[in-house]
Write a protein of this length. Structure first.
Length: 342
């Protein structure tokens, strides 16, 4: 790993971020987001939305990390569900028939499509939080509880718990990495990072220029998760090794503190390239090697379209519908040069 290609000396760090979704990418600019999805026939679908007014809590260090984490969890789930909904609406020659289950049909009949969609989104967020807390917070400390038979050293017990938590998370990523749909998402993840690198280095946004960069980026959400793991290891160690009930309770109560500190560390890593930041970022960067894959031209074109759609004049209206590779809306009756050539 060449850190000089990740912490690029002449790059100009920005606040631009993104998220890989099903067959697409969501880019977040200074005033709006752009979600670009590629249909099986190659056509691009775009949805741009203005960002909400920042919360007053975003002015306070650590607290803003908790707010940003909760907000990104909801918006991230919403964006993934939106991409699934758009892909489901595709009726081209390569369309995949997706049958709705009985629960989904009942909810739509009972609450309407939009309201049932919102219910399912928030239920998904709650379930995701419960599964994450159970799998990566409660389970590790429960397993290590039995290690007290061999040692009562609090430092060693906390260290074992922290290392076990990290190993479980890495194993989880390794297991899902080779699933076809997940691998596609990881390719879009790599395209997102390459595109942001290209933009921050002042180069023209082309697939060729983007492809010359690493798929690893110091300001990635994957690094945030690794910071969470490391900070929780350190913070939980300060609490000693109380009984199982209080150990689980204390870890749950400290989740907001861990998230807030991790957010501040990620912001620092994103705008600095000193040796301390590089060392602290290494675990997250190595994890990114698992959560990103080398993209193809089609993924880079989606990333570029989404990036260009957020890098527009603030007065530019938002839109939803078909777009070209420049991230511009296509009028239905408009015949493009590409279509004429076909």
């Amino acid at each position: 790993m060449d850190l000089k290609k990740i912490f690029i000396k002449d790059a100009c760090p920005t606040k631009v971020g993104g998220q890989a979704i099903l067959e697409g990418i969501m880019m977040r600019g200074s005033d709006r987001t752009a979600t670009c999805i590629r249909f099986p026939n190659g056509d691009l679908h775009m949805k741009t939305e203005m960002l909400p007014t920042p919360s007053k809590w975003m002015k306070f260090p650590v607290i803003r990390g908790v707010v940003a984490f909760a907000s990104s969890l909801v918006s991230g789930t919403k964006t993934i569900m939106y991409s699934a909904d758009v892909l489901e609406s595709y009726d081209g020659p390569d369309a995949i028939e997706i049958e709705k289950d009985k629960l989904e049909i009942w909810m739509e009949n009972k609450f309407g499509k939009e309201k049932s969609w919102n219910i399912m989104m928030y239920v998904s967020v709650v379930l995701a939080v419960i599964m994450t807390v159970g799998l990566f917070i409660i389970l590790p400390t429960g397993i290590v509880h039995f290690a007290q038979r061999f040692t009562e050293n609090e430092i060693i017990l906390n260290l074992i718990e922290g290392i076990l938590r990290i190993c479980m998370f890495v194993l989880y990523v390794v297991l899902i990495r080779n699933m076809q749909d997940i691998k596609r998402v990881f390719m879009f993840h790599g395209a997102e990072h390459k595109c942001i690198h290209c933009y921050e280095n002042g180069l023209e946004l082309t697939p060729e220029n983007c492809q010359s960069f690493y798929t690893l980026h110091p300001r990635c959400g994957t690094s945030f998760l690794m910071f969470v793991m490391v900070i929780s290891l350190i913070l939980f160690s300060l609490l000693g090794w109380p009984n199982l009930f209080w150990r689980v309770t204390s870890r749950l109560l400290l989740i907001p503190v861990v998230a807030g500190l991790s957010y501040e560390l990620l912001k620092w890593a994103g705008r600095s390239d000193n040796i301390i930041v590089k060392v602290l970022s290494l675990p997250g960067l190595y994890l990114q090697k698992l959560t990103t894959c080398e993209p193809e031209t089609e993924q880079l074109e989606v990333a570029i379209a989404a990036m260009k759609a957020v890098m527009v004049d603030p007065e530019t209206p938002c839109f939803e519908g078909p777009c070209d590779k420049e991230g511009r809306p296509i009028v239905k009756d408009e015949i493009t040069e590409e279509e004429v050539d076909k």
